[in-house]
Design a protein around this ligand. Structure first.
Ligand code: PLP
Length: 398
């Protein structure tokens, strides 16, 4: 290996690469390939199988026709930044200056990457909850930072306040929060959010919060961390149009927060993608300005699908507690006498024609044992697809 091996070594340590240094085929790739080969219904990957709102799709087509096909401004089009600021004020009471406190990015992923790369020095600690969205591990490794985790405890996937207090120290540079949470669908309580804010202030850490599921909440409304007392000055909030408008392939995301932090993130972002998605930016602006009815409607539809998949998984013998938000249900295979979720995930496509992801894919390698019997199933699928999936789940014990 060459001197550029630093990231490879770090990524190997994070379990992202095979020991030989080749990119390991991720479990997501493996399961999707297996689903395709066996004709299984893919409840592994979390993308919707229906189009988003017609006005949003039409706005992208019109933007192409109207010539929005060259590099947009570095921070994103002025109108999309305005729409993002209006949307944050309208739903979450977070007031942002569209010119200095909003940055449009290539999906939430680039916002997270630019923030982590721009705000950490090698060796700084980034604290996440665990399980964690898989990109976090790779991005923290890419920055040469140290990944410290706080467990979310089954069945409700809540953290223990004492474990949070122990994890956050003067070495912590970023507390990376994800509420609502992928893969578990849990939402952090305001008590936990306030504890995080208090610790961030005490240890001079930055809160980076990934809120891409802000509108997909089923039991109580989302609370944006930055609106908690003492948070606004040190919080960067990341979101994306992908989940809210069922346009995951467009990769229009954004980050909002204090101007000095946004400038730092922008500095890194300009050397990653520079800009992206010229015709999609005005279309997402249309989406952000849709009526309250639309936002209520997507939650109501997904709430129904959550219930159906939960019933089906319970009937099949899995242990299930309802997620408060998001696209996924984490189900426990232990009650079925099937304790090894990774093996089960590899067998399910052949056996019953369903693909799912073992929760171990969202864990540090040394902690995988803790979630050994857990599988993640997506319910962001059409009703007819879910009906067929439920029928297939019903054959598991047959
Ligand atoms: C899907 C997802 C992302 C990625 O969002 P993009 O806009 O596609 O980059 C980030 N964080 C979480 C928790 C997600 O589920």
């Amino acid at each position: 290996m060459t001197s550029s091996a630093g990231w490879y070594r770090a990524a190997q340590g994070a379990g992202l690469l095979s020991p030989a240094g080749a990119p390991a085929p991720s479990i997501f790739t493996e399961m999707s390939a297996l689903a395709t080969r066996t004709g299984a219904i893919n409840l592994g990957q979390g993308f919707p199988d229906e189009d988003g709102p017609a006005e949003v799709l039409e706005a992208a087509r019109s933007a192409i026709s109207a010539g929005a096909n060259q590099y947009p401004p570095g921070r994103g089009t002025a109108d999309l930044r305005l729409a993002i600021a209006e949307h944050r004020a309208r739903f979450w009471g977070d007031h942002r200056d569209p010119d200095t406190e909003v940055l449009v990015t290539a999906g939430a992923t680039e916002a997270l990457a630019a923030a982590i790369l721009g705000l950490t020095e090698p060796g700084d600690e980034v604290v996440t909850f665990e399980p964690f969205y898989d990109a976090y591990g790779g991005l923290i490794a890419l920055a040469g930072a140290r990944h410290v985790t706080v467990p979310l405890h089954a069945p409700l996937f809540e953290p223990d306040p004492d474990e949070i207090r122990r994890a956050i120290t003067d070495n912590t540079r970023i507390i990376l929060v994800n509420t609502p949470h992928n893969p578990t669908g849990s939402m952090l309580s305001t008590e936990i959010l306030d504890l995080i804010v208090d610790l961030a202030n005490r240890h001079d850490a930055i809160i980076l919060t990934d809120e891409v599921y802000e509108h997909l909440t089923y039991d109580r409304p989302h609370v944006s961390v930055t609106t908690r007392p003492g948070a606004a000055e040190r919080t960067l909030t990341v979101s994306s149009g992908g989940k809210t408008f069922a346009t995951t392939g467009w990769k229009i995301g954004w980050v909002t927060g204090p101007a000095d932090l946004i400038t730092r993130v922008t500095t890194v972002k300009q050397f990653l993608s520079y800009v992206n998605g010229a015709p999609f930016q005005p279309a997402i602006a249309v989406g952000l300005r849709l009526t309250d009815e639309y936002f209520r409607g997507i939650a109501a539809t997904l709430r129904g699908r959550r219930g159906r998949l939960a019933d089906g998984l319970r009937a099949a013998g899995f242990g299930v507690s309802l997620p408060a938000a998001g696209y996924f249900i984490v189900a426990d295979a232990a009650p079925l006498g099937l304790g090894d979720a990774e093996t089960l995930a590899r067998e399910l496509p052949e056996r019953i024609g369903i693909a799912a992801i073992p929760v171990g894919a969202f864990m540090l390698p040394e902690h995988r044992e803790r979630t050994a019997s857990l599988l993640r199933f997506a319910f962001c699928k059409r009703d007819d697809v879910l009906t067929e999936a439920l029928a297939r789940l019903g054959t598991l014990r047959g």
